[in-house]
Design a protein around this ligand. Structure first.
Ligand code: SF4
Ligand code: SF4
Length: 305
């Protein structure tokens, strides 16, 4: 079986317990206005352009059989309406100014990559984290990888936004050691405006997992102007506590995505979103504690391109 993989990062100490390999799967049903991994949105491989690496050799003009690349102001510009992400121009670019992000990989190839660090996982108490994008968008592929890891005795974590059929989430919860579940906003209207998707299924799925006593850790991405209003934080914390969950991770927004949107030729919707200051983070933790939740602040700047 094959799946779409954005990247595989090895030896990470910031993505769960111990040292871990993170398998980032491509494709996401949400379009969060503060997303820091826009290259994960589409499920298929995509093309990125790093202007600072381009030496204006214009070799890529000839590499593109579709004529999607032309010159404008002395720069090689891709017409994203014509480009079919074949990667030929990236293969031919000697300076890596053009990069194809994402690839189609077989399940056995991904498992081989994972297995390379088995000793590291054992010695550090680590394992594998499946992230995205939304890994449940490729539920069957994810399940095969989880089953492979289980057969190898490797600890697994799955990061999800919860926007998936409950049947799929339930099956994943049966095989994974931990589900890390993002809750972004409690109000459906606001959630739709911020992410393009209803939160009804997300909230229902979390209730379903809690009822099954699945191993779930809720995560709250804290984004100023989006969900940091303390009355909203209180309602969200009360909702989580009402499910019998006592711990939560708070993930302060970090503005790291600007170059990525530019490299993809897209406008950055988070251009004016500020990072939360320490006082805001402390207030959110205090409000959550008032509601009976023990909140851990997890500050993770993403790696990769
Ligand atoms: S082949 Fe690479 S370095 Fe040459 S013009 Fe194209 S993007 Fe720039
Ligand atoms: S990825 Fe393929 S179709 Fe797109 S610009 Fe490059 S060569 Fe052309």
């Amino acid at each position: 079986m094959t799946g779409y993989v954005l990247r595989i990062e090895r030896g990470l100490g910031c993505d769960g317990p111990g040292l871990r390999t993170t398998v980032v799967l491509k494709g996401c049903p949400l379009r969060c206005s503060w997303c820091d991994t826009p290259e994960s949105h589409r499920i298929e491989p995509e093309l990125m352009f790093r202007e600072d690496c381009c030496v204006r050799c214009f070799e890529c003009f000839d590499d593109c059989k579709l004529g999607a690349i032309s010159e404008a102001d002395g720069r090689p510009i891709v017409d994203h309406g014509v480009c079919r992400w074949c990667g030929d121009c990236a293969d031919g670019c000697s300076t890596n100014a053009r990069l194809q992000v994402g690839s189609v990989m077989t399940e056995s190839r991904v498992l081989q990559e994972i297995e390379r660090d088995s000793l590291l996982y054992r010695e550090s108490g680590g394992g594998v984290t499946f992230s995205g994008g939304e890994p449940l968008l490729q539920a069957e592929f994810l399940l095969r990888l989880l089953e492979g890891c289980r057969a190898l005795g490797i600890h697994t974590i799955v990061d999800t936004c919860g926007a998936a059929a409950f049947q799929a989430i339930e099956r994943v919860a049966d095989v994974a050691d931990l589900i890390r579940y993002d809750l972004k906003h409690l109000d459906d209207d606001r959630h739709r405006r911020l992410t393009g998707t209803t939160n009804r299924e997300i909230l229902d799925n979390l209730c379903g997992l809690a009822l099954r006593n699945a191993a779930v850790r809720v995560r709250f991405p804290l984004v100023p102007g989006v969900n940091d209003d303390l009355s909203h934080v209180r309602r969200l914390a009360q909702f989580v506590a009402s499910l019998g969950i006592s711990d939560i991770d708070v993930l302060p927004y970090r503005a790291v995505a600007a170059g990525r949107y530019e490299s993809l030729g897209r406008a950055n919707p988070s251009a004016r979103v500020p990072e939360p200051g320490p006082d805001t983070v402390a207030e959110v933790v205090r409000v959550m504690a008032d509601c009976g939740l023990s909140a851990a602040v997890v500050d993770r700047r993403p790696n990769g391109v």
